[in-house]
Design a protein around this ligand. Structure first.
Ligand code: ATP
Length: 462
């Protein structure tokens, strides 16, 4: 039973706090607006997405290599990339209540209103403050890069930026990778890491943050191969969203960005979007960035960034196809997609009750197996301990829980998305079998205790 969109974020935010996925940051100091801590289960979920991505796109391919570059790099990089001049959002402020908004978001919202006339495109001059109805200022441009200073003096020559995206490091490392990794075009460089943006309107839980994580690939190709590589990455993107994040087709769209909205250097862009409870929003991006980045860095660094094409013996400046995945946003999409509510039997079996369940793909679930001794005596906790040790030894995250009624323990595991619960009961001491309960269907069956690790490994491999 899906949770209605208008209720879903409240239910999710409460569950994330109650169950240790995401907590408000700096809470003991009264909180720090729009900053969140990933708790023990949240960080496992995030790392599982990151690891699945790295395994699939870096370790699983011969044409992509990884890199890890600093958050603070040479300031000239951001001049070359155009971020110092252009990385800004259009900001308007209400003259009455002084709330600030992104002008493009207000325009988008007004276009979504009933009765919107496509023949008369919305004009910012006609839009009033959505909070108090006051008049808005003219558009101001606001650079999103967070600044800091290197060294003891806060002066212009020491100014440095926290990277607003991970991509730049792949371009600055390009020459070294070209010279050391013996790769031929096409090949890509991948990076996962934090990026920082001084967002005007952060919010919607972890959707828009000032500090977030991206997973990006810069895929270098001969210019004539760029359209084909773009299609290849679009297919790879779709397969990832469908098979790993398991977002349903009905909730995902791949939006072709029209010429007028696209960056001037981009030959083609598609934004993968997801239907969050607060609307269809960007999840990531895919762009054919032509040779814009390498030619800008070539010009500004005065280094030759071309690569030798052994077939023609000519040096070429590659085009770049850039698929970007928002890691933090992927966590939110996965939580929204798989949070569900149904009914479960209660202990007395007379009645049933509402059950919240995170139907996470097993590979992404923070805990794979819960081990639940029915009572705290008769040797059951010892059997549970031994089973948990056996699972841990094989790298399977398992959690023992012996407190509270079995029903309450199941409910807790359902809410953290544990796909399987193994219950150790008195029959276990007699015939060495345990009950396995499936999270989604709540069906139960018995498996030999000794087979549990192999059983879990097999289920995780599909
Ligand atoms: P938006 O239009 O939502 O501001 P953008 O088009 O500026 O996003 P990109 O620069 O294309 O975003 O960044 C690539 C990806 O990085 C986004 O699709 C998103 O997944 C992630 N991302 C960007 N900004 C944020 C943020 N403030 N918080 C969380 N994730 C972000």
């Amino acid at each position: 039973m899906p949770i209605p969109a208008e209720r879903k974020m409240d239910v999710l935010v409460a569950l994330c706090k109650r169950r240790g996925f995401v907590y408000p940051d700096s809470e003991i100091y009264g909180g720090f607006a729009n900053a969140w801590d990933f708790g023990p289960y949240g960080v496992e979920l995030k790392n599982n997405i990151r690891d699945a991505w790295w395994d699939r796109f870096v370790r699983g391919r011969e044409d992509v290599v990884g890199v890890d570059t600093p958050i603070i790099q040479h300031s000239r990089i951001w001049e070359a990339s155009g971020h110092v001049q252009n990385f800004s959002d259009p900001l308007v402020e209400c003259k009455a209540c002084h709330k600030r908004f992104r002008a493009d978001h207000l325009l988008e919202a007004s276009q979504a209103e009933p009765g919107y006339d496509k023949e008369r495109p919305a004009n910012l001059r006609d839009i009033r403050c959505p909070e108090c109805g006051g008049g808005l200022t003219d558009v101001m441009h606001f650079n999103l890069m967070l600044k800091t200073f290197i060294g003891p003096k806060e002066e212009a020559s020491n100014l440095a930026y926290l990277r607003p995206e991970t991509a730049a490091g792949m371009f600055t490392a390009w020459a070294n990778i070209r010279d050391t990794m013996r790769k031929r075009l096409p090949f890509g460089i991948a990076q996962v890491g934090r990026a920082f943006r001084n967002e005007i309107t952060p919010g919607n839980f972890i959707f828009r943050l000032r500090e977030f994580e991206q997973m990006e690939i810069e895929y270098f190709v001969k210019p004539e191969d760029a359209p084909r590589a773009f299609d290849m990455w679009l297919d790879a993107y779709k397969a990832w969203v469908r098979d790993v994040l398991r977002l349903s087709d009905a909730n995902v769209q791949y939006r072709e960005i029209p010429d007028a909205e696209r960056a001037f250097y981009s030959a083609r862009s598609i934004d993968p979007e997801y239907l969050f409870p607060f609307g269809m929003k960007e999840l990531g991006g895919l762009a054919n960035r032509t040779d814009y980045d390498l030619s800008r860095h070539q010009e500004c660094s005065k280094q030759d960034l071309r690569i030798l094409d052994p077939e023609t013996n000519e040096r070429v400046l590659p085009y770049v196809i850039e698929p970007t995945w928002g890691l933090t946003r992927s966590v939110l999409a996965v939580l929204c997609e798989h949070l569900d509510e149904d009914r479960a039997p209660t202990a007395d079996k007379e009645d049933d009750e509402a059950r919240l369940v995170l139907r996470l793909p097993p590979r992404l679930a923070p805990v794979k197996a819960a081990i639940l001794p029915l009572t705290k005596k008769d040797g059951l906790p010892e059997i549970a301990r031994e089973l948990a040790t056996n699972l841990h030894r094989r790298g399977i995250v398992a959690e023992e829980d012996e407190s509270g009624s079995i029903g309450k323990r199941y409910r807790r595991q359902d809410e953290i998305g544990t796909p399987w619960c193994f219950t150790i009961d008195h029959q276990t001491t007699e015939d060495k079998t345990v009950t396995v309960r499936d999270r989604d269907g709540m069906s139960q069956s018995r498996v030999p205790l000794a087979d549990v690790p192999a059983w879990v490994m097999e289920k995780l491999s599909v």
